[in-house]
Structure formats: structure tokens, C-alpha cells
Design a protein around this ligand. Structure first.
Ligand SMILES: N[C@@H](CCC(=O)N[C@@H](CS)C(=O)NCC(=O)O)C(=O)O
Length: 225
């Protein structure tokens, strides 16, 4: 049985779907994408709650039947299980690994929540709702402050936790397309190192392949061939 990735059927390569799909590609793990129609409530059925009691995507069912949900946990599991193949995304050395963990906590607790709140606010008019400017600005400021800290870090090395691309960088793909959809350019007017790093994420070959091939339903199958 090939590993199955359950993710939202919409074309937006966002949330955990992006991070998990990118990890699968980086790790050269064959997988089948199972499209879940969130609008139709396919993730709220008793059958889906067997996969994830929280009724959320992404979820994977590994080739041995092992089920994992929570995007970041899935990526870590894949890295550890398939440590010997593809890109290495977590160092073994304790200090190096702790640098990755610290960058992941900063992403998860600071960068990600601000990006989600800013994007959601900016997209309100598409749902016929007015933007609450104070909320938008508060969260844009939080992103900006976070990127100022990243600027100091990225002046020291190429990626967030050293000179190698790791899960700490990869988790930022959770919001790349969401921010684009909301027309929020987070690196506009930011420092040279943050801009270099962000552009490097956007032009990473695995990401280009994912958005190029992955957005159309049928093309998902091509990723594995
Ligand atoms: N903490 C979870 C969040 C999962 C999540 O919120 N997934 C969204 C799609 S990106 C979802 O399933 N939304 C459907 C809903 O809220 O009903 C993770 O990182 O995997």
C-alpha cells in the first residue's frame, strides 16, 4: 500500500497540505493524494473521524497503516521514518537539532498565528465583510517584528537554523499561498537576508514542482512518477 495524504480539495496549496506534500517530495516518498471536500463536510463524517478525531486535514495513512494527523507532526514523523532518503530535514546532533526546534517554536507560536490572522483579515472583503484595520495592522506589525528577528538570524547563516534547509524553513510554506491570496508581501521593505531567504523558499525546485504540477487534481499523480 502506498502512503496516502488526505488534504483539502481546493487548489490553494496552503496549510499543512503544503508542508506535508513538500516533505514527501523532499524525502522522495511515493504517495497518493486523497482529496477531501471540506465544503461538502467530508472531514466531519464518522469515517473521517477514525482518521482524525478533530475532523481536520491533513492526515496521512502510511504504507503500513499507521495514521498521523497535525501537519508538523506528520512532517517530523516522515523525516524520522525515512531518515536515510531524500533531503535530511532534521540534524542528529543535539545542539543543531535544538536550533531547529527553537526556530520551529518561533514559527509556530509567533510567525504562523500572525500570518493567519493578517491574511484572514485582509481576505474579509472577499466574504463581504469589512476589514478591521486595527487587527490587520497589529498582525502585520507582529509579522514585521518577527522578520526583523529573522534578519539577525539569517545574517549569520543561509537558513533559519543553519546553512541547511530544515523543517524550520519548510513550515513557513503553511502560509505562502495564503499570504499571496491576501496580497500581503511580507518581505516588502524588509532586510536583505530575510528577502534572500524568502525568495529562496519561493524558488525552491520542490515548491515550484508542487505548485506547477500539484494544483490540478490529476497532476498530483504525476508527482510520484
Ligand atoms: N493544527 C492542524 C490544523 C489543521 C487545520 O486547521 N486544517 C484545516 C485545513 S488547512 C481544516 O481541516 N479545516 C477544516 C475545518 O476547520 O473544518 C495542523 O497543523 O494540521
Amino acid at each position: 500500500m502506498v502512503l496516502k495524504l488526505y488534504g483539502a480539495s481546493n487548489s490553494l496549496m496552503g496549510g499543512g497540505k503544503a508542508a506535508v506534500a513538500l516533505t514527501l517530495i523532499e524525502k522522495e516518498i511515493p504517495f497518493e493524494f486523497i482529496s477531501v471536500d471540506l465544503d461538502a463536510g467530508e472531514h466531519k463524517t464518522p469515517e473521517f473521524h477514525v482518521l482524525n478525531p478533530f475532523g481536520l486535514v491533513p492526515v496521512i495513512v502510511d504504507d503500513d497503516g499507521f495514521i498521523v494527523y497535525e501537519g508538523r507532526a506528520i512532517c517530523k514523523y516522515l523525516e524520522e521514518k525515512y531518515a536515510g532518503q531524500g533531503t535530511s530535514l532534521l540534524p542528529k546532533d543535539l545542539n543543531d537539532r535544538t536550533k531547529v526546534e527553537q526556530a520551529i517554536f518561533a514559527e509556530t507560536t509567533t510567525f504562523f498565528p500572525s500570518a493567519i490572522k493578517a491574511g484572514a483579515e485582509a481576505l474579509k472583503p472577499s466574504r463581504g465583510l469589512p476589514i478591521e484595520q486595527a487587527v490587520l495592522h497589529e498582525n502585520l506589525k507582529k509579522i514585521s517584528d518577527c522578520l526583523d528577528a529573522y534578519e539577525i538570524i539569517l545574517a549569520r547563516h543561509r537558513f533559519l537554523a543553519g546553512d541547511d534547509f530544515t523543517l524550520a524553513d519548510l513550515f513557513h510554506y503553511y502560509v505562502v499561498q495564503f499570504l499571496e491570496l491576501a496580497s500581503i508581501d511580507i518581505v516588502k521593505d524588509k532586510g536583505p537576508n530575510v528577502t534572500r531567504w524568502w525568495n529562496e523558499l519561493l524558488s525552491r525546485p520542490s515548491w515550484i514542482k508542487l505548485i506547477g504540477d500539484g494544483l490540478a487534481g490529476t497532476a498530483w499523480r504525476d508527482l510520484n512518477h
